[in-house]
Design a protein around this ligand. Sequence first.
Ligand code: ZN
Length: 215
Amino acid sequence: MVKLHKSPLPVGVTIKSGLDYRKEPVFSIIKDDCNNKCYICEEKGTTSMHVEHRVSQSFDPSRKYDWNNLLLSCGHCNRVKGSRYNTILDCTRVDPEAYISLRIAIGLYERVTVIKIGERDGVDETIRLLDTVYNGESTAILKYECKNLRAHVLAEVQTFQQLLDGYFEENDTALKEAFQRKISESISRASNFASFKRGIIKNNDTLFALFKDTL
Ligand SMILES: [Zn+2]
């Protein structure tokens, strides 16, 4: 989970029903503010798009049409979260990366490690949500969805690792700069599974010194 910018609603646009946030221009603003990514698992370009109520409708009906409560999620995360997690970090106001770090080791059998690195209300619940989103196995469907999701994370991280290796092995200045540009794009908050790649940079002194300005 990364920090997101929530744009203001255009003048004259109001949300009074679920249909209002499923149609234009509202849905596109939600999608673009979330960088076309699920705000929970950070998969980009998901084919299953939901307008997710960060604070669930059943927990606080007054937030049902609250613009600041509406974010983009995938179907998997929308189902996992449901109305069970209502005090998770508000990623439009605080930076989740200051409190939570995500790691995955090489190997499809590996689980995602969700590490607490800062204390704040909502951190523990967000960690429980992320752990279930990536590692849940309370039902067969959840287990296989999580396994598929981890495979997508792993593929992204392995491609990123190849970029890093390419950068360090390259001697040609122009090609090295091309690797540097690709790495910088790949660690933007808007990128696919950004938290994992940004975590790799932050947790290595050499990489952090090289790329901290583009984090
Ligand atoms: Zn998701």
